[in-house]
Write a protein that binds this ligand. Structure first.
Ligand code: ADP
Ligand code: ADP
Ligand code: MG
Length: 449
C-alpha cells in the first residue's frame, strides 16, 4: 500500500478519501484554493498546501500546480476524486511521467472511454446495445439534418466531451435543429475545448440506470449492481437508489453483465460506472456513457454491498488483487441518497451559496451523512453547490423511504436555501412511492407545483 498520497480535489469527496486513507494507514496531503481556506477537510489531512486562487483554472484544474504540490509533499500517488481533473487523460499521463501513481484507470482506457463517441464504438464492439444515432462526429448542419431525418425526431445533440449534464439538447424538428446545432457546437467548444457533436434518438420516457464496476490490474473485474438515478433536474442527479424499483431480476442481471462485458473488453481497471438508458416504451436498454472515476453517488453501492469502493481504489492502484469474486458481491437491503445542494428549488434550482449559521445534521439508525460543512462555514460561490449527501440503508425500499423522510426532517440548515424540503416533498409523493416514473418526474411534480 502507498504510505502517502495527495488528494487533487475539495469538499466532501476530499473528506471521503481522507477517511478511507486513515482507515488504511495512508498519510494524506490535501490541496486547497484561497476560497477554501476555511475548509474542514484541510485539518483532517496530515498536510495541506495552497495551490492558488479561487478560479478552478488557477487551482483544482491547474496541472502544473498540483504536480508541484505532489513533488514538494513527496507523495507516491494522487487521487483525483470526481469532477476537475478526474477524467483528464493528459493529467493521468503527466502523473505517470512524473512517476506518481494515478488512482484511476490507465491513461489510454480513460482517453477512449471519456470520448462519448469512441465509448459508443467500444460498447457496440462488446455487443452492448447503443441508442440509434450517428456513427461518429457530425461534420456540419446539413449532415445533422440528414441524420435527424433518418433517425426520426425527436433527436438529441450531444457533445462528445460533455459531462455534468451539460452539452445535451433535445431537438423536436428541423427548424430548431439548425439553430441548436450551431449553438451547441460553439458551447461545446467554449465549455469543453472540443466542439465535436454526435446525435442519437431522444428517448422521451426513460430511466437512468447505471452499473458500478471495479477491476484490478490482474484481469479480475466485477460489477457491484446497479443504481437508479432517474430523479434528476437539468439532466443532473438529485436522488439515487439501489436496487432500482423498475427492474425485473432478468433485466438486472442483463444490464449488470453488459456493463462488466463492456469494461472487460476495454481493459478497464479501478472503479468506474457504466450508464444506461432504460427506454420505458420498449423496455430496451441502451448504453449511454462511461464515467471513468469514482462517482458522487458511490456510497449507495457501498451500503448495499458492504464494499468500501474508495479503499479498493487505493488497493487496486497499489497493485493489489480483488479478494472476492462476482458471486461474492453482496446485495443487501435498499439504499437511497439525497443530494443536499445549496440551491433554491422554488427558483429553478439556482445556486444559493453563503454562510451557514445554523447546522444540525441528522443521525440515528440506518443514516449516513457525507458532508464537509459545519456551523459557521461559508459555501463559496466558485464551485458546485453540493452541501452533502444524505444516505439511508434499510431492509426494504418502503422502510428506506420512511427513514430518509425522518432524517430529512431532522436536518436544519439556515439561512442558505437547500434542497432538503424538496426532497421531503419527493419522498412523500405517491408517484415516487410507486417506483413508476421517468426522468421528467421533478419537472412534472416539483417545479410545476
Ligand atoms: P456523478 O454521476 O458522479 O454525479 P456528474 O456528472 O454529476 O457525475 O459529475 C460529478 C461532478 O463532476 C460534478 O461536480 C460535475 O459538475 C462534474 N463534471 C463531470 N464531468 C464534467 C465535465 N466534462 N466538465 C465539467 N464538469 C464535469
Ligand atoms: P453527462 O455526461 O452530462 O452525464 P449523459 O450522456 O450521461 O451526460 O446524459 C445525462 C442525462 O441526460 C441522462 O441521465 C438523461 O437524463 C439525459 N439523456 C442523455 N441522453 C439521452 C437520450 N438519448 N434520450 C433522452 N435523455 C437523454
Ligand atoms: Mg452521465
Amino acid at each position: 500500500m502507498f504510505s502517502r498520497i495527495l488528494i487533487a480535489n475539495r469538499g466532501e469527496i476530499a473528506l471521503r478519501i481522507i477517511r478511507a486513507c486513515k482507515e488504511l494507514g495512508v498519510e494524506t496531503v490535501a490541496v486547497f484554493s484561497e476560497a477554501d481556506r476555511n475548509a474542514s477537510y484541510l485539518h483532517l489531512a496530515d498536510d495541506h498546501i495552497c495551490i492558488g486562487e479561487a478560479p478552478s483554472a488557477d487551482s483544482y484544474l491547474n496541472i502544473a500546480r498540483i504536480i508541484a504540490a505532489a513533488e514538494i509533499a513527496d507523495v507516491q500517488a494522487i487521487h483525483p476524486g470526481y469532477g476537475f481533473l478526474a477524467e483528464n487523460p493528459h493529467f493521468a499521463e503527466v502523473c505517470r511521467d512524473c512517476k506518481i501513481a494515478f488512482i484511476g484507470p490507465d491513461t489510454e482506457t480513460m482517453g477512449k472511454l471519456g470520448d462519448k463517441i469512441e465509448a459508443k464504438r467500444i460498447a457496440k464492439a462488446a455487443n452492448v446495445p447503443t441508442v440509434p444515432g450517428s456513427d461518429g462526429p457530425i461534420a456540419d448542419v446539413e449532415e445533422a439534418v440528414k441524420l435527424a431525418n433518418q433517425i426520426g425526431y425527436p433527436v438529441g445533440i450531444k457533445a462528445a466531451a460533455g459531462g455534468g449534464g451539460r452539452g445535451i439538447r433535445a431537438v423536436h424538428n428541423e427548424a430548431t435543429l439548425r439553430g441548436s446545432f450551431r449553438q451547441a457546437q460553439i458551447e461545446a467548444e467554449v465549455a469543453f475545448g472540443d466542439g465535436r457533436l454526435y446525435m442519437e434518438k431522444w428517448i422521451e420516457s426513460m430511466r437512468h440506470i447505471e452499473v458500478q464496476i471495479l477491476g484490478d490490474n490482474h484481469g479480475n473485474l466485477v460489477h457491484l449492481w446497479e443504481r437508479d438515478c432517474t430523479v434528476q433536474r437539468r439532466r443532473q442527479k438529485l436522488i439515487e437508489e439501489s436496487p432500482s424499483p423498475a427492474l425485473s431480476e432478468e433485466q438486472r442481471q442483463a444490464v449488470c453483465e453488459a456493463a462488466a462485458r463492456l469494461c472487460r473488453q476495454a481493459g478497464y481497471t479501478n472503479a468506474g460506472t457504466v450508464e444506461f438508458i432504460l427506454d420505458l416504451s420498449s423496455g430496451e436498454f441502451y448504453f449511454m456513457e462511461v464515467n471513468a472515476r469514482i462517482q458522487v453517488e458511490h456510497p449507495v453501492t457501498e451500503m448495499i454491498s458492504g464494499i468500501d469502493l474508495v479503499k479498493w481504489q487505493l488497493r487496486v492502484a497499489a497493485g493489489e488483487r480483488l479478494d472476492f469474486t462476482q458471486d461474492q458481491v453482496p446485495r443487501m437491503g435498499h439504499a437511497i441518497e439525497c443530494r443536499i445542494n445549496a440551491e433554491d428549488p422554488e427558483h429553478n434550482f439556482r445556486p444559493c451559496p453563503g454562510r451557514i449559521d445554523v447546522y444540525v445534521p441528522p443521525g440515528g439508525p440506518g443514516v449516513r451523512l457525507d458532508s464537509h460543512v459545519y456551523q459557521g462555514y461559508t459555501i463559496p460561490s466558485t464551485y458546485d453547490s453540493l452541501i452533502g449527501k444524505l444516505l439511508v440503508h434499510r431492509p426494504t425500499r418502503a422502510e428506506a423511504i420512511q427513514t430518509m423522510w425522518r432524517a430529512l426532517g431532522e436536518f436544519q440548515i439556515h439561512p442558505v436555501k437547500t434542497t432538503v424540503a424538496m426532497h421531503q416533498h419527493v419522498l412523500g409523493h405517491p408517484t415516487f412511492l410507486s417506483g413508476q416514473f421517468d426522468t421528467g418526474f421533478v419537472e412534472k411534480h416539483v417545479l410545476a407545483k
